[in-house]
Structures are given as structure tokens and as C-alpha cells.
Design a binder for this molecule. Structure first.
Ligand SMILES: Nc1ncnc2c1ncn2[C@@H]1O[C@H](COP(=O)(O)OP(=O)(O)O)[C@@H](O)[C@H]1O
Ligand SMILES: [Mg+2]
Length: 318
């Protein structure tokens, strides 16, 4: 394997959400602070939206760690394909609330009692739902009703809904008007800039055991090429870098040259979309960033990416 050749102790670009690899930019820190603030000041519903692979689940995991440190009661539901009955079962199970009855009204009563106890003890309870774009209308309606559990002044249950941009679109539908009105804070994740992508790659290599001195593993031009094809989306950065390491090892290449990245991008068909402008420029200009061309670009890259990741694990390499 490439680890020995590149002087690494582990795979730097694993896609598993390992907290040791958390990379914090100013934006990510800000988003994390907003989420923390929202929960701690009992804002009710908070949303976190962003394209697939931009770090929502990673961020939510970090939030959970921080909240647990502050003795907050947390329930995290990452499987959003559930019906209303399952929602209540999951919430009770996650909060460790025992209820003999399966009836919804009994469960709701138990939950309310438990939340009131937490409130009296000065504790906060938070329910986090990931992949919220898959939640059905009836489940979203139940979630809205959960925010009715309140004292005369405070929400008893804080709810974080994290999902892909489709979720935001869904929230704009007239059926979800009431839920939308209860969203107090909207947070977002986005792609990394060129400099951030560079730092992200270096940081991961360092955590995996690369020695900072000596010949770099990726040439500066290769890093730039990673940014170009990934559009700064961490999951795609990981995909490109991991496969580049494997391919470059076969050729015993160090530093890794852009050609290796281009080949991997071609393999995953990330090359078929010509970036119309550099993502760097697009990031700094809100107008351009929202331009149709960019969205289309990103959308196409992502749809390909989605296809390749939903087809199961990545093609087997040694
Ligand atoms: N801030 C970050 N620090 C370190 N790795 C990250 C970060 N954001 C994303 N990643 C990497 O990208 C992958 C995809 O991120 P993830 O949180 O699953 O995205 P999303 O939930 O938005 O689809 C993660 O497994 C992780 O390896
Ligand atoms: Mg996710």
C-alpha cells in the first residue's frame, strides 16, 4: 500500500467522520457557533443546509460532542426514512425515556414530562435530524408539533434539521408554511476556497503522519487541480486525493503531479464539466456564486458524484 511509500501511518482521506480530522475554517467555526447559540438560547428550530459532501454530518457530529460536554441531552437521528410512529419511538429511545405504551399520546406525555424535568434542572434537550430532505410531510408536521412543547416562555425541545438544498426548497412549499415560520436560525455549509482546499489537504496528510519537512506529497499544481475538479467539496477532495495516492504509488511518484489528478477525475467523470469560472472567483462574488452556470456546474458534478457513490463503494483498487 502507498502508506509506507509516502511515510503515512494511516489513510489520510478516509470518508468516515473521524473527529481527529476535523478541519475548521472561519466559516465552519461561525456555523458551529450559530448552532451552539441556537440550541443554548432555546431558539426552537434551526436548519443546517448545504450540498452533499460539504460537511453537514461532520459538523453535526462536532456539535453533538460540544453539546455533550455541556451536559445537554441529545438525540441524533441519522436515518430520516421513517414514519411518524417510528419518529416517536426513535426520539424516546435516543433520550432514554421509558414508556410502556406504544400510543402516541402516551409517548408524547412522557416526553413532555421528561422535558419539563430537564427544564427545571436547567438542562437543555436537543433533537438533531440528519438527511432532513427525506423527511415526509407527516413527519415534518409531527416535528413542528414537537415545538409546541413549551413553558409560557421557553421551548422545551430544541431541534436541528440538517439536509441537502432540496430540503430548503421543500420548506418553501405552502404545506410547510407553519414549520418554516418556526425556523429561527438558518445555517449553511459550503465548498472550500482554493487556499482552504490546500490547507485541508495538508492538514489531513499531517494528521495521518506525514512529516511537514521534505518533499511534498502533492505538488502545488496537483493541489490546484484537486480544487478545480472538486470545486472545494471536501468529500470530492477526499475521493480525488485517495485515488491519486493509490495511482501515484503505482508509478512511485512524489510529488504527485496534476496528470494523476486529471486521470482520477476522468475516471469519475468529474472532467466532463468545464468550470465556467474559477470557483475562487465564484466564492467571492455572491452574484456569480448564485449564477445558473455555477449551480448547473456544481449540480452536474454532484449528480455524477452521487451516482458513483450510490453505486456502492468506490471501484476496488489495491
Ligand atoms: N470540516 C471538515 N473537516 C474534515 N473533514 C471534512 C470536513 N467536512 C467534510 N469533511 C470530509 O468530507 C466527508 C463528507 O462530509 P459530510 O459531513 O459527510 O458531508 P455531508 O453530510 O454534507 O454530505 C466527510 O466524511 C469528511 O471526510
Ligand atoms: Mg451527511
Amino acid at each position: 500500500m502507498y502508506k509506507g511509500f509516502y511515510g503515512l501511518k494511516e489513510n489520510p482521506f478516509n470518508v468516515s467522520p473521524d473527529p481527529r480530522y476535523l478541519f475548521l475554517t472561519e466559516q465552519i467555526e461561525e456555523t458551529l457557533s450559530s448552532l451552539m447559540y441556537g440550541v443554548q438560547t432555546r431558539k426552537g428550530i434551526i436548519t443546517l443546509t448545504g450540498e452533499v459532501g460539504t460537511g453537514k454530518t461532520t459538523l453535526v457530529n462536532r456539535l453533538l460532542d460540544r453539546l455533550r460536554e455541556s451536559a445537554t441531552k441529545t438525540a441524533f437521528l441519522f436515518n430520516s426514512r421513517m414514519n411518524s410512529a417510528q419518529l416517536f419511538d426513535f426520539v424516546l429511545a435516543e433520550f432514554d425515556i421509558h414508556c410502556e405504551s406504544n400510543s402516541k399520546s402516551q409517548q408524547l406525555m412522557k416526553l413532555n414530562q421528561w422535558l419539563l424535568e430537564r427544564f427545571r434542572k436547567g438542562e437543555t434537550a436537543v433533537l438533531i435530524l440528519d438527511e432532513a430532505q427525506n423527511l415526509t410531510f407527516p413527519v415534518l408536521e409531527e416535528i413542528r408539533l414537537l415545538t409546541n412543547l413549551e413553558t409560557s416562555t421557553e421551548k422545551l425541545l430544541q431541534i436541528v434539521l440538517s439536509g441537502q438544498p432540496e430540503f430548503e426548497e421543500k420548506l418553501n412549499l405552502p404545506q410547510l408554511r407553519q414549520l418554516r415560520q418556526r425556523i429561527m436560525i438558518r445555517c449553511k455549509t459550503g465548498p472550500l476556497t482554493k487556499d482552504q482546499t490546500h490547507d485541508y489537504i495538508l492538514e489531513r496528510l499531517k494528521i495521518a503522519g506525514a512529516t511537514p519537512s521534505g518533499q511534498p506529497i502533492f505538488s502545488p499544481a496537483a493541489v490546484e487541480t484537486v480544487h478545480l475538479y472538486s470545486l472545494g467539496i471536501p468529500r470530492v477532495v477526499n475521493l480525488l486525493c485517495e485515488h491519486a495516492l493509490i495511482n501515484a504509488y503505482v508509478e512511485q511518484q512524489r510529488p504527485i503531479q496534476p496528470k494523476i489528478i486529471e486521470d482520477v477525475a476522468r475516471e469519475f467523470q468529474l472532467d466532463q464539466v468545464e468550470p465556467t469560472a474559477s470557483p475562487e472567483n465564484l466564492r467571492t462574488s455572491a452574484e456569480l456564486y448564485n449564477s445558473e452556470a455555477f449551480i448547473q456546474n456544481l449540480g452536474e458534478v454532484l449528480s455524477r458524484f452521487r451516482m458513483s457513490s450510490s453505486a456502492g463503494s468506490l471501484p476496488n483498487k489495491k
